[in-house]
Design a protein around this ligand. Structure first.
Ligand SMILES: [Zn+2]
Length: 181
């Protein structure tokens, strides 16, 4: 590493001069050209830091903004995919039982088989308790759960697609930036 010295300019600023520049013309920040003294006299000047100010560059940040977005999108995509997968598995394990038409069919068949007394009893209990007091049959609960799960599945699919888009855009930005360097 060559030693640097501070060469005063007539403008009052100092020019950082390397030993290799001894005897050569150097340019000050003010625009003036100053002749650097020969090595022996140069060494009498005040020493400067090893890296001359003109050559110093701030270290480029390794983690760029698009890269952060890319990593976050990737994490989001994995998380929503896992969530969607769980919803899908939940949906698969649901026993939906009979369809609504089959349920209606079963109920009307049950009513057909009732005698008058049973019908009257059913009518009285319907009138006094209404339809909602009895716990809904598991098929209905499962159907409701299935509706919820499908909604969650759709939402996670949309969010996952959004994350994937974000990731792709940020990756494209990162690549473009790398190519420009
Ligand atoms: Zn100057």
């Amino acid at each position: 590493m060559s030693q640097n010295y501070r060469l005063p300019c007539s403008c009052g600023q100092e020019i950082v001069v390397q030993t290799s520049q001894a005897g050569q013309n150097v340019t000050c920040a003010c625009g003036r050209t100053v002749e650097a003294p020969r090595l022996r006299e140069l060494r009498l000047l005040a020493p400067a830091e090893a890296v001359p100010r003109t050559e110093y560059r701030a270290p480029v940040a390794q983690v760029s903004f698009p890269r952060i977005i890319f990593v976050l999108s990737l994490i989001g995509l994995v998380a929503t995919s896992l969530y969607g997968g769980l919803m899908f598995l939940g949906l698969q394990s649901l026993d939906l039982g009979m369809s609504e038409e089959q349920l209606a069919q079963r109920d009307s068949e049950t009513i057909d088989k009732m005698n008058l007394e049973q019908l009257w009893g059913a009518w009285v209990s319907l009138r006094s308790d209404g339809l909602g007091l009895e716990a809904p049959p598991p098929e209905l609960i499962n159907r409701y759960r299935s509706k919820q799960l499908r909604g969650a599945l759709t939402t996670s699919g949309i969010v996952a697609a959004a994350f994937a888009t974000c990731g792709a855009i940020s990756a494209a930005f990162s690549l473009q930036r790398k190519r420009r360097r």
